[in-house]
Write a protein of this length. Structure first.
Length: 242
């Protein structure tokens, strides 16, 4: 079952912090960024986090961090994935919950890759006062094209994209000269399947947030900088000064 920190204790903690510094509470921002893989949500979440001192909580990054360090969690995930299953919602939930309970997000957070289903979204809303959910929309064909253009350096792990971030020499990493390869599961049929699953899984989550009028839809076909401007407009945040 879900066991997010109860709202009451969080509110008390905030009140104490508020007495210490009004500014922190005034500027506390809690956002969720949603969208299908390849819509640009990682980039948007990172920009938001860095411009407004928010903690970027990315479920994928937390998993990758654990896998690189061979943690117990990584072993659990590996067993599941090797058995041909997806990482179950309970593990995702546990990871996000633990991460949020670190309370290192003085100015707020941007959550990326969570919640994944209706139950998680409802409990999440009960536990945290979310300011807004940014839903980045892009057509399936566009995201498929973007995902299929991804390349990963086999030497240093740097990401490339043949549409946005091309290497200087085709097929060779700019940094370590390692060879660039597509991920084995980035083939069209698998990608289309992942996208279809995303739509099925996410529609109910969006509905939960829409009931609270938290959802702001932005056009994921825009280039990243323009998309960031739209996000700022939607969230009534100051735009970057040119
Ligand atoms: Zn490299």
């Amino acid at each position: 079952m879900l066991s997010f920190a109860p709202k009451m204790s969080y509110t008390l903690r905030s009140a104490t912090t508020a007495r210490r510094s009004c500014n922190i509470l005034q500027h506390m921002r809690k956002y969720v960024v949603m969208g299908v893989q390849g819509c640009g949500k990682g980039t948007q979440a990172k920009v938001l986090a860095s411009r407004f001192d928010l903690t970027h909580i990315c479920v994928g990054d937390i998993f990758r961090w654990n896998i690189q360090r061979h943690t117990k969690l990584a072993a659990r995930i590996k067993r599941i994935v090797d058995g041909g299953d997806l990482v179950p919602d309970e593990i995702v939930e546990e990871v996000v919950q633990r991460r949020l309970q670190e309370h290192d997000w003085n100015f707020g957070f941007v959550l990326d890759g969570f919640p994944r289903n209706r139950a998680q979204a409802e409990f999440f809303l009960e536990s945290y006062d979310i300011d807004a959910v940014v839903l980045i929309e892009a057509s399936d064909d566009v995201v498929v094209e973007r995902v299929l253009a991804r390349r990963l350096c086999t030497g240093c792990g740097l990401d490339y994209n043949l549409i946005y971030h091309r290497p200087e020499t085709p097929g060779v990493c700019d940094v370590c000269r390692g060879s660039l390869e597509a991920r084995p599961d980035d083939v069209e049929e698998v990608v289309r399947n992942r996208i279809a699953n995303y739509h099925v899984q996410t529609a109910p989550v969006v509905k939960v947030f829409e009931r609270k009028e938290l959802v702001f839809r932005v056009d994921g076909h825009l280039p990243p900088a323009d998309l960031h401007l739209k996000v700022c407009e939607s969230l009534k945040l100051p735009k970057p000064t040119a």
